[in-house]
Design a protein around this ligand. Structure first.
Ligand SMILES: *Cc1c(COP(=O)(O)O)cnc(C)c1O
Length: 384
């Protein structure tokens, strides 16, 4: 069996490094109608609801595919044909929700911010108070494009006050940053197995207010992404409608037990925060500058501005790190050349220190003395 040690460490936004025990959970063939599988599956859904304190109000509806499938299922199922969606956009994932809503032919508008700034609740409040009415509001909790943390509690408060349904893409924060539906009310939230929960890719899920879901019959533009139909099947038969990703679910089940053993959301968040600290301090010591102001930086993924030194070639740099066992990620910003290093997945302090050391060694090989970007990026307005 391939162990985590033999594989490169994935300092990426997903798929991520998983524990050997999560991978080992997949070494069994399970029947999709078999009692043992159905119990495991039901326990996953119960545990995911409990992670947001949603018992009694929200249900969990998993959906096969990557995280985007869950986001598309959430928007498609919950937005009625005569609805109007306002999306708060400060990166590629907010933009992707706009693309999805347009595919579905739904009325959609956006409010936009630069990629290095969080969504500003004051502007959202102004729009909700003064503009034409919207029925739904969509927010990306941690915009993985840059790693910026958006103010979910303030937006949830606005949605509740204006009577607008709130749909959250919490893909890269779920399981590591606290979200409690009793204090931060949301209508629905989409996430996936393979980010902070440290499962493997192949399944996403939507946590959705049950009464809203029941009223959403007939909205979905696609059978396979209809959360109402899937939820009804579980109520009726306890089973998935179509072939469940049994191995992926077994891995997620194991990953949820390990999440709990680590101290749940708080324990996991603490490890990731320590990872981010080691990474940012180590990279700063080499001259690199994080794009974001530390107040807006989520401990999920860190964007660094590309160094000014012309000897720094990202592809070569990437290859040198890969040869030392670390996989990083190109930037996704539209305005500033950058690259990203993730803090999530089965990684601890030694791996983060090893990654910084690999960066240092790669710079020596490239003949690059400092990672400093062209202009001193103070984290202010670099993408404005
Ligand atoms: C990873 C991610 C997604 C989903 O991406 P997939 O490639 O479809 O898994 C959606 N939103 C955010 C914020 C993400 O980080």
């Amino acid at each position: 069996m391939t162990t985590a040690q033999a594989d490169p460490w994935l300092l990426t936004p997903g798929p991520l490094t998983t524990s050997a025990t999560v991978k080992a959970a997949m070494l069994h063939d399970r029947g999709s109608r078999d009692r043992a599988f159905l119990e495991l599956d039901a326990e996953i859904r119960r545990r995911l609801v409990a992670l947001v304190g949603g018992e009694g109000s929200h249900v969990c509806v998993p959906i096969q595919g990557s995280g985007t499938f869950a986001v598309e299922a959430m928007l498609g199922t919950l937005l009625p044909r005569d609805g109007r969606l306002l999306i708060l956009v400060n990166g590629a994932y907010g933009r992707r929700m706009e693309t999805i809503a347009r595919y579905h032919g739904r009325a959609v508008e956006t409010l936009e911010w630069p990629e290095d700034r969080p969504v500003d609740p004051a502007r959202v409040e102004e729009r909700l108070a003064l503009g034409p009415p919207v029925t739904h509001l969509a927010l990306v909790h941690c915009e993985t494009t840059s790693g910026v943390l958006n103010p979910l509690p303030a937006i949830a408060e606005l949605a509740a006050r204006f009577g607008v349904a709130l749909l959250v893409d919490a893909m890269s924060s779920f399981g590591a940053l606290p979200i409690d539906v009793r204090t931060t009310p949301f209508t629905a939230l989409a996430a996936s197995a393979n980010k902070c929960l440290e499962g493997v890719p192949g399944v996403g899920f939507v946590l959705v207010c049950e009464s809203v879901l029941e009223a959403a019959r007939g909205n979905a533009p696609a059978l396979s992404l209809d959360l109402v139909d899937q939820h009804a099947a579980w109520r009726r038969t306890g089973q998935w409608r179509f072939t469940p990703p049994t191995h992926v679910l077994a891995a997620l089940h194991r990953a949820l037990l390990e999440h709990e053993a680590e101290g749940g959301v708080e324990g996991r968040g603490r490890r990731y925060a320590a990872n981010a600290r080691i990474l940012i301090e180590g990279m700063r010591a080499l001259g690199f500058e994080p794009l974001l102001d530390s107040a807006h930086q989520a401990p999920i993924i860190v964007t660094f501005a590309m160094p000014a030194d012309p000897r720094f070639r990202f592809e070569t740099f990437y290859g040198l790190l890969r040869a030392r066992g670390y996989v990083i990620y190109p930037g996704k910003l539209t305005v500033v050349p950058s690259f990203r290093m993730g803090c999530i997945g089965r990684l601890g302090p030694e791996v983060m220190r090893g990654a910084v050391e690999a960066v240092r060694a790669a710079m020596v090989e490239l003949g690059v003395a400092s990672g400093a970007p062209a202009r001193a990026a103070s984290g202010q307005g670099a993408a404005a």
